[in-house]
Design a protein. Structure first.
Lengths: 512, 216
């Protein structure tokens, strides 16, 4: 039987899990309770559901299809900067959506570089708004994720097997048929399902690039029903639809990706290969991916750099708000995830609260909290606190995925020893567990802070015209066509997001 | 590590020596998985130093991971003939015959996980058989088997070599393996692989480094 850490007090974790469950399910209940029976889904709502599913399917499909040659090239080539490139593939995960959208607009937008190039050739510009734009943005965010997942599959093929293949004289085709295809059959569906689930809950991308009857996701429809029509019944009905959609997709993704490790462990291992395959194809795959990912980021950076010195004061004000929200959110996420991770050593089922958090819609939680707060106080006054709480819940699945295995390892490795030495519960936590998990802890805090820093979601629901977080401020600047100021603010936001992650992650590694 | 010698391709050679001395390194350099930092490898007067592993005149039995777990026994053996697995009927017969000669005639449809350790080694040997390379390289392939089973497998290897006229070179940390099936032995010690000498002679009068290792 596996060792159980008797020296851990699980009740904090049980409480934290209950709190999260109450927040997610309670707010849904509140929204449903306030929905008048008469509310029905109209044609535009069905259109939103259809759009949500179809864009998610296409985004997931394209991300995985493009990721395969990139992952293969990365797995079988050794070159300078390979490690840095793999690190770069983690960057879009932390990049605020609004910043990426600005970058994509600079490249693919009406006056963007690609469209201007096409114009020189006498071709029409790329349609960046609507379905195309939403899919391009989703592929931008999820191609790196798919590449990392599939690259992990490649690294999972034992090096000895490639040696055997070389001994038997496998051609690149044989390697593909006997070794890579079976691996892809296992890894690709999981990657597809995860990305599909992520794209289903898309709000900020749809808010900025979508909209209108033809390009509205369910999350965006909830926001519109609430913000423009104040139609709680419809918001509740859409919220229930979203929970079913996202919930079943999350379950599917979890089921399909079982047994696959977390954030790219062992990706830096270089495999020695004797079956070379096509050099040209690999070069093109890597170069295309780098261009697609880097150019939009550089576009924001170069435009933002000139605007940075003359940013309006509201930008600095909202940046300060964002920092406060991010720190509060990271603290909350840390408390919740650490309590839950500790409790998992005693009650394994508590882990499932993470699944609930994956399925939860921030807009639904926001709507529910709004309804609760509205009769007693001005929701605007609560905007930042609510945003921090919701962001903490959204970061929970990622934090848990990092912390649970780390805590488990410490308990497995040192639990008996600590028990035999008579270490107390507090001693176990402060002297054994926390120092041993410092690195994943720093990573998790940094992740939570960066995600919250860049989040453009529930804050759009709550904030009055007076105050804003930095992402919301950028959205407003874009709406007012103050693109230079928006670019400068976007650069500032990207620096804050990556900066806070870097500080936390470095803190964690330094002691490890 | 340094090595400079000629070997007779038709004999069975043991590679013995202390742990970490470079026995496997020698074998992997021959097989083409390690490039020597200087010097050349020749086979029958032709240089093979730069040849791809599969183009060299050797078939290899590794310590582990000799079989693909998702393929059947027949497929694993068939890889030795055609990595694409598009086998002609004549080649399919060759696979069946090879399986019969290692005593696995009725196990062709099984997956490696459904076989015992000894049977898995036999599948790998069947593949070596169909590869028809002039020399077999073995890197402690039976280390995980029990003593009786290991002796069986060694005898089987020796028998297959005699049958096909192939030579072999085997890394082993157990001198009794060498004594059992190898006429000559290469001593790897002190950063040097020595020229092969008669196994009996080497074990009867071991040099200082080998004596320390044998503990006798």
């Amino acid at each position: 039987m596996a060792y159980r850490a008797q020296q851990i007090n699980p009740w904090f974790g049980v409480g934290a899990a209950a709190l999260v469950a109450a927040l997610i399910l309670g707010t849904l209940g509140v929204v449903a309770f306030h929905a008048p029976n008469a509310a029905q889904l109209g044609p535009s709502d069905w259109a939103a559901i259809r759009f949500t599913v179809s864009q998610a399917l296409l985004s997931a499909l394209l991300s995985v299809v493009f990721a395969v040659p990139v992952a293969r090239a990365l797995s079988r080539r050794q070159f300078r900067g390979r490690g840095m490139l793999i690190t770069l593939l983690g960057a879009p995960f932390l990049l605020p959506v609004i910043v990426a959208v600005m970058g994509l607009l600079a490249v693919f937008g009406r006056s963007g570089w690609v469209s201007q190039g096409l114009e020189l050739l006498g071709l029409p510009p790329v349609p960046i708004y609507g379905f195309h734009g939403v899919v391009i943005a989703h592929v931008f965010f999820n191609l790196p994720l798919a590449t990392r997942i599939i690259l992990q599959g490649w690294s999972g093929i034992p090096a000895e097997r490639f040696r055997l293949a070389a001994q038997l004289g496998f051609s690149a085709r044989d390697v593909m048929w006997h070794m890579e295809w079976p691996m892809l059959k296992r890894a690709a569906p999981g990657a597809f399902a995860i990305i599909f689930a992520i794209c289903l809950s898309s709000f900020a991308v749809a808010l900025t690039l979508g909209g209108g009857p033809r390009a509205t996701t369910v999350e965006l429809a909830i926001y519109q029903a609430f913000r423009f029509d104040f139609d709680l019944g419809k918001a509740a009905l859409l919220a229930a639809m979203q929970l079913v959609l996202a919930g079943s997709a999350a379950m599917l993704a979890l089921w399909m990706s079982q047994g696959q490790g977390g954030f790219g462990k062992g990706l830096d291992r270089e495999l020695e290969r004797w079956n070379e395959g096509s050099r040209g194809l690999d070069f093109i795959s890597i170069a295309a991916a780098v261009l697609f990912l880097l150019v939009p980021m550089l576009a924001v950076g170069s435009r933002g750099l000139t605007a940075l010195p003359s940013l309006p004061s509201v930008v600095w004000l909202s940046a300060w708000s964002s920092i406060q929200v991010a720190l509060l959110s990271a603290g909350l996420a840390l408390f919740l995830s650490l309590s839950i991770a500790l409790a998992v050593t005693r009650f394994a089922w508590i882990e499932s609260v993470g699944l609930l958090a994956i399925a939860a819609s921030p807009l639904v939680i926001g709507t529910g909290l709004f309804i609760v707060i509205f009769p007693v106080a001005s929701p605007q006054d609560w905007a930042f606190l609510v945003t921090a709480c919701v962001n903490a819940v959204m970061a929970l699945p990622f934090a848990l995925r990092v912390l649970i295995p780390a805590v488990q390892d410490v308990c497995d490795d040192y639990g008996r020893l600590a028990l035999s030495l008579g270490v107390s519960r507090w001693g176990m936590l402060w002297l054994v567990i926390l120092p041993r998990i410092r690195a994943p802890l720093g990573f998790a805090i940094g992740l939570a802070a960066a995600l919250s820093m860049g989040d453009l979601g529930v804050v759009a629901l709550f904030a009055g015209t007076g105050e804003a977080t930095l992402p919301l401020q950028i959205y407003r600047l874009m709406g007012a066509y103050r693109m230079d100021a928006a670019a400068g603010a976007a650069l500032l936001l990207a620096m804050l997001s990556f900066g806070v992650f870097w500080i936390c992650d470095t803190w964690g590694r330094r002691g490890a | 590590m340094k090595a400079s010698f000629d070997v007779d391709p038709a004999v069975r050679i043991a590679v013995i020596g202390p742990s970490g001395a470079g026995k496997s390194t020698l074998l992997m350099a021959l097989a083409g998985f390690l490039q020597p930092s200087a010097g050349r490898l020749e086979w029958d007067g032709f240089e093979i130093t730069k040849q791809a592993p599969s183009a060299r005149p050797f078939s290899v039995l590794f310590q582990d991971n000799n079989l693909f777990p998702h393929m059947s026994v027949v497929q694993n053996v068939g890889l030795g003939l055609r990595p694409s697995l598009r086998l002609s009927s004549g080649e399919t017969n060759q696979v069946s015959e090879a399986l019969v000669s290692v005593g696995l005639g009725d196990m062709g449809a099984r997956k490696p996980a459904e076989l015992s350790g000894g049977q898995q080694s036999r599948v790998a040997l069947a593949r070596v058989l169909v590869q028809r390379k002039p020399m077999i390289l073995l890197d402690e392939p039976f280390a995980a088997l029990g003593p009786a089973l290991k002796a069986d497998m060694l005898d089987l290897v020796a028998e297959l070599c005699t049958q096909t006229g192939a030579g072999m070179m085997m890394v082993s940390h157990d001198p009794s393996d060498a004594k059992r099936i190898c006429e000559t032995a290469i001593l790897v010690a002190g950063g040097r692989a020595n020229a092969p000498v008669a196994t009996d002679e080497l074990l009867r009068n071991p040099p200082e480094v080998l004596r320390a290792y044998l503990g006798a």
